[in-house]
Design a protein around this ligand. Structure first.
Ligand SMILES: [Zn+2]
Ligand SMILES: [Zn+2]
Length: 170
């Protein structure tokens, strides 16, 4: 067992002290598997389960400060720059390569959507220099391209998507 004082934040590399707000951060965002069936309609349920299992597994999880994780949203940090052991880094690289086709599809879709939204947050209209966070326009509907939008960090965290303008994605 690792003593609490030995834990470093995977993103900033500083110690995580007792009482620090920290969380278990998925290095390859869980959004990659959550959106996979919608972005890849011929995916079988078995393939989905396997992808979800892989990305929810311990190999994909690091401990980070909440403040360090906050700006990351659904982007993938530079794996080479993570403050993790060599063994952990190898694990994450392996995982990354294993699900690379899904990562590419996810990122490609976000770029397409960004273009459709003219580079701006669909809710508040500020420019999305970091590419924005992919989320559902209506949370009672599935994760499919027709129900997707990109929001800035603060709008995403506000969890309010009512009254979003219609979006022409074709
Ligand atoms: Zn940190
Ligand atoms: Zn916004």
């Amino acid at each position: 067992m690792v003593a609490a004082q030995d834990i470093r934040c995977a993103i900033c590399g500083k110690m995580i002290h007792a009482g620090c707000t920290c969380n278990r951060d998925h290095i390859i965002p869980q959004a990659v598997y959550k959106w996979a069936p919608g972005l890849c309609p011929d995916m079988t349920p078995e393939e989905y389960r396997s992808l979800a299992h892989t990305l929810r597994g311990a190999a994909n999880v690091c401990i980070t400060h909440i403040r360090c994780n906050a700006g990351k949203e659904d982007t993938i940090p530079e794996i080479g720059a993570l403050h993790v052991s060599a063994q952990k880094r190898t694990q994450i690289w392996r995982l990354h390569n294993q699900v690379f086709a899904h990562i590419l599809r996810f990122q490609r879709f976000k770029r397409r959507l960004l273009k459709a939204q003219r580079g701006c947050c669909l809710r508040c209209g500020i420019p999305l220099d970091e590419g924005g966070v992919l989320r559902r326009r209506r949370t009672d509907r599935p994760r499919v391209p027709e129900n997707a939008c990109l929001l800035c960090g603060p709008c995403n965290r506000s969890k309010e998507t009512e009254n979003l303008p219609e979006l022409q994605t074709t």
